[in-house]
Design a protein around this ligand. Structure first.
Ligand code: E4P
Length: 222
């Protein structure tokens, strides 16, 4: 029942690290595009330094930005060296040639998060190639008529029956209920934007109860 933060925003990352409930951070090129333009490595180093500041050396996923498998390996090694964070994970998108990249990086001891997955078969094959994380995209599945919870449940059954230690990360979250549904379906981890975590903390009955207790205490003191 672990949750990761899906964001490249420094304020959001700091707010979640300070609250202690996240066990990891995932980024992707589209999330970076939402941030002010800057040097990629410098920005990720700032995220890494926030993790150090809060003494939470959590897994931090960054994605390669090339479509060429050979360049992916070079980029991944370069990012590992330049970012130099104790728990950096490299996101590699799924594909036939990309399996070779996952295998090569795993052989070098680099933790791979295989991303853009839509089927249990993709999860199984990526895990067998050496991916530490397999990332299923919940609402992008719904966008094309795939029912995500059965894919998540089947992927979990396949991984539980494998000789790998791969974990399922479910991303592409668009409602706080998705987080619970994905976990109940079998996700090891759900990665979500901050707003859904924040909404999970709020309930009208909680607000009413807290206000009632404070009021009763004030009345008692009168
Ligand atoms: C997961 O690793 C991805 O970063 C992300 O969750 C994709 O979600 P989106 O469909 O909201 O872009």
């Amino acid at each position: 029942m672990k949750v990761f933060l899906d964001s490249a925003n420094l304020e959001e990352i700091e707010a979640c690290l300070a609250r202690g409930f996240i066990s990891g951070i995932t980024t992707n090129p589209s999330l970076l595009k939402k941030e002010p333009k800057t040097d990629f490595v410098k920005h990720i180093k700032k995220i890494a330094n926030l993790c150090r500041k809060y003494k939470r050396l959590v897994p931090l996923s960054v994605e390669v930005f090339t479509a060429h498998p050979n360049k992916m390996v070079v980029q991944a090694v370069d990012l590992m060296e330049k970012i130099n964070y104790e728990n950096l994970n490299i996101k590699i998108p799924m594909g036939w040639d990309e399996l070779g990249v996952i295998n090569e990086l795993a052989q070098k001891g680099i933790k791979v998060n295989c991303t853009c997955l839509f089927t249990e078969a993709q999860c199984m094959i990526a895990a067998n190639a050496g991916a530490k994380y397999v990332s299923l995209f919940m609402n992008r599945m719904k966008d094309v008529g795939i029912e995500p919870t059965s894919v998540i449940a089947d992927a979990r059954a396949l991984l539980d029956d494998s000789n790998t230690d791969a974990e399922i990360i479910v991303g592409s979250i668009r409602h706080e209920r998705d987080i619970i549904e994905a976990q109940l379906a079998g996700a090891h981890i759900v990665t979500s934007p901050t707003e859904y975590f924040r909404r999970m903390t709020v309930h009208p009955q909680t607000i009413k109860s807290v206000a009632g207790f404070l009021k009763d205490f004030e009345d008692w003191l009168k």
